[in-house]
Design a protein around this ligand. Structure first.
Ligand code: ADP
Length: 217
């Protein structure tokens, strides 16, 4: 099992933080003096505290305390993450494909959601695992059944754009009770949307792991 580290402030960093909170604005020189250290020794700690958002620095004034708690800073950080940073490659099938082919694609590509496109590469539908399972329950021939008759179709598809916030997509996945959203862009000439990516519950797990491993939290 891999242990996820949560980075905590060192004793010295905590001391600096308290010092600045009680005495700020205060110069780097004054902080160094109070700790009996050189400015150079202190520089990495001040950089960490500033980059993490605990302290702010103003030229010719010095360091001051931002007053933000660790969880406020975490929230700010999460609210800046965009879809683009976490989208993965979409797997698409043609809307004339058979349900049988779609099932094969789902296994071969190892994804839980397929996006369906027409001959102009415009998004027309979504196929989930359960959509394909449901179709397989009947007595119909899967080889001759087109995916277009079982997919969730436009305009009922929930989509997102690459610049959307990942936290908004996470909310949508929960409220709509779905596993994935296609990342789309508007097709320039003509109507419709081209699928350029995929955001899934796995993407959200990656966000969580990356946040937990961030040394600057
Ligand atoms: P599963 O059916 O495997 O649990 P989902 O929860 O993602 O997977 O899908 C539930 C239903 O919602 C399916 O019928 C599927 O077609 C539909 N669906 C999945 N993703 C979307 C989406 N982005 N927009 C609209 N409908 C979707």
């Amino acid at each position: 099992m891999k242990v996820v580290n949560t980075i905590e402030l060192t004793v010295r960093q905590q001391y600096i933080l308290d010092l600045v909170r009680d005495n700020g604005p205060i110069t780097g020189e004054q902080i160094a003096e109070s700790l009996n250290l050189t400015r150079a020794t202190l520089r990495p700690d001040l950089a960490i505290l500033t980059m993490a958002g605990f302290l702010d620095a103003r030229p010719r004034v010095g360091y001051f305390y931002t007053g933000k708690t660790g969880s406020q800073l975490l929230t700010e950080k999460v609210k800046k993450i965009t879809v683009q940073q976490y989208q993965s490659i979409p797997v698409v099938v043609d809307d004339s494909s058979s349900v049988y082919d779609a099932i094969c694609t789902m296994f071969l590509e190892d994804v839980g959601t397929l996006f369906v496109v027409d001959k102009h590469s415009s998004l027309t539908g979504v196929l989930s695992r359960k959509d394909l399972l449901r179709a397989s329950l009947g007595k119909q021939q899967l080889e001759s059944m087109p995916v277009s008759i079982i997919m969730t179709r436009m305009p009922n598809i929930t989509m997102c754009m690459k610049d959307d916030l990942i936290i908004e997509v996470a909310n949508t996945l929960i409220t709509k009770q779905i596993d994935a959203l296609p990342v789309v862009r508007k097709i320039e000439k003509g109507s419709g949307y081209e699928v350029i990516g995929r955001v899934t519950k796995t993407s959200m797990t990656k966000v969580l792991v990356d946040l937990a491993n961030d040394e600057l939290l």
